[in-house]
Ligand binder design. Sequence first.
Ligand SMILES: [Zn+2]
Length: 227
Amino acid sequence: MNAPTVTQRIRRLIFEHFDRHGVPPVVEQLMVEFSLARDDAAEILRELDAARHIALVRGTARILMAFPYSAIATPFRVTTKERTYFANCAWDAVAFHAMLDEADVTVDSACHHCAEPIHIEMRGGSASVVEPADAIVYLALKPTQWWEDIVTTCSNTMVFFSSEAHRDASDLCAPPEQAASLTPDQVHALSGPIYRTKFAVDYARPGKDELLAHFAALGLTGEYWKL
Ligand SMILES: [Zn+2]
């Protein structure tokens, strides 16, 4: 392996910092740690944003999201043996289990329709507790739309419902071919190639062909899953 670039090392530091402290590092920490001028540190953060590793607060060099971590409070609370985190969306909450080598993860959230508590325990590669039992993860936009505005997508369109009935009663409910309803186990399987190696310095997001093959291997082959 080639020596990691500063951009790769900063990406990994962001994830390690979230892991240890529950919040992202600030630009000044990167300036000191990597001997960078402010503009150069900010430029690297913008590169990581453009490469879809993180999302910045618009118009700033402040880190809002490093998928699956959120820097601000959200309805997607994740608890590990060590600490509590906020995830960006329902998918990101379940994805902590894949990212953390299938360590025990508890997700506490709420139905997007009625705010009823939803409690999920991910253990050894599957959901050992899902309360209420019919709770689903709902993706209200198609994959081709996710990155048009990822902050909006994560914040507003990837949610939990306590049941399909509450999904159907919600304003968010889209026509079936334009949305996906998944079980926590399906979301865990979906997360593997995207989240499993987030802490590796040479982490790369899977390409389109790799993702399509992964969707197909999980039986996710309908019109919705085209990229
Ligand atoms: Zn509900």
